[in-house]
Design a protein around this ligand. Sequence first.
Ligand code: M6R
Length: 606
Amino acid sequence: MCGIIGINSYKPVSSAIINSLKKLEYRGYDSAGIATLSSGLINEIKSEGRVDNLEKNSLVKKMEGTIGIGHVRWATHGIPSSLNAHPHSSQNVSVVHNGIIENSTILKKFLIGKGHKFKSQTDTEVIVHLITEHLKKENIINSIKKTLKLLHGSFALGIIFKDQPDLIIGARRGSPLAVGYGPNENYLGSDSYALKSMTNKITYLNDGEFCVIKKDLVEFFDEKGTKINKKVLELSSENQKYDKGDYKHFMAKEIDEQPMSIKNGIKEYLDTANNDINIFNFPWKIENISSVILIGCGTAYHSCLMAKYWFEELTSLDVSVDIASEFRYRKNRFKKDSLYIFVSQSGETADTYAALDLCNKNGMKTCGVVNVIESSIARDSKFVLPIHCGTEIGVASTKAFLGQMLILYILSLKLGLIRGDINKKKFSQKLKDLKVLPELVSKTLLIDNKIQTTSSTFIEAKGSMFLGRGFSYPIALEGALKLKELSYVHAEGYPAGEMKHGPLALIEEGMPVVVLAPRDNYYKKTISNMQEVIARGAKVLLITNKSKDEIVSENIWETIEVETTNEDLLPFLLTIPLQKLAYYSALKKGYDIDKPRNLAKSVTVE
Ligand code: M6R
């Protein structure tokens, strides 16, 4: 999704801006641009496609100026094109923008009435013209304040001015924005990742705030324009140099990192000496919590769904799960004794953040399960359980999914024990099993050839289905999501028991169907559902776990056996072949695995 960078320095900035834009590429985007100020003029260069295209433009190399802004755009208003790419500039001002201006049509009409001419189809251009209009009568700060007041919707902005060789203005409402501090230069960025190669000293803007960035000074203001002091945070050096290593794609690396990331998560939360789980500083009395509401989007939503099964199995709490974009607009009945859990890898997903904000405003108990600990969701949740799986760059979430599930499983175990819903013996056995999970994940990762071979059938087919029951159902949804997002073929996840209520009509000769049937309580039922699809011509790829009991079924196309563990933990292992299936499918199609089309790593608009 869109990314912002701004640098105010004593040195030329164009190549540093391009390098930082490359750091933002992981977010997913369709065009890029840069504007610098030199000899009292704003120079703007933009291009469709990758930052590489922009860099190849010979004019970029010649670009002068010690102050500038850059942007990667993920189209919302107007097609992806160099004309619609940011920055957008008038003679006086140049703007980069993340977010959506909801009242742009009305504002555009008003500005056209005042004689302003628009070049692009974007909502952003109204910001440029509003500032330009206000500058006719007001100073810069007042022009910014008046402009921001008129905007409805969400934004993070970076702004430079023709007559101001030492000024970048940043402003935030709804979309994240950070300021970085360097020696003799200061920076603006839509996330700390973009700034990490230049500095580890960061300040995050809160909603409504804006900032003035000079070469030697940064000042912050609240919504009313009153100067405020803000903390400078030192980011940990961890993850600072995250690269692909010998891997062709981040996704492949991130899949392989899962034994280590699970190990890290376990290390952070398990108290091996006392055979316990450490969840320190939980701010509420656990006895006062009677229900849990889990909220997320995409893959994070699937880990919430998975957690519902564990919470129901291990605790007596009422559990519900919600997609953040639905939750935020529904008429919710907020309950004081509920724990609201927000799951997010990036911690910046706009819908998940809005749901959190809504709960905070209603005085609810909010808990973030987040990977990026400097993110908005981590900062604004009343309690945070970090995932500790390390930087995830591939747009398709892999190790963060396992990481989210791990934390939610650990939380359900702990709550189950404290509430007396499970006894110490059962708890200890489950911890024992959990400790060997990294090893089992490692072994399951060795399954490879069969997945590579079967992936050809999935990409050649019109579509495919992923079926599971109970604990395997959320994993079926996740497997289908991974395949469609990476290989652009239709894939549908479904509860195996629901097939005869409609989707069975889709099954035809040769259609690939993944059936997740581990040897758990649902095994026999799932095998029966599998027979029903085989009988209608489906090519079934059965994924189960190793067992001495033979699989009593005929006409299965292929079978993959993951390692064996207790049934709570099997979802972790079942996920791995599905991640690889999606990876190999996209690889065979020659698609951009780490940056699938139309998608973004951090979905900062709703
Ligand atoms: O950063 P988040 O976990 O909040 O992101 C939520 C979804 O956008 C994300 O999981 C998305 O579905 C992934 N691309 C799936 O692989």
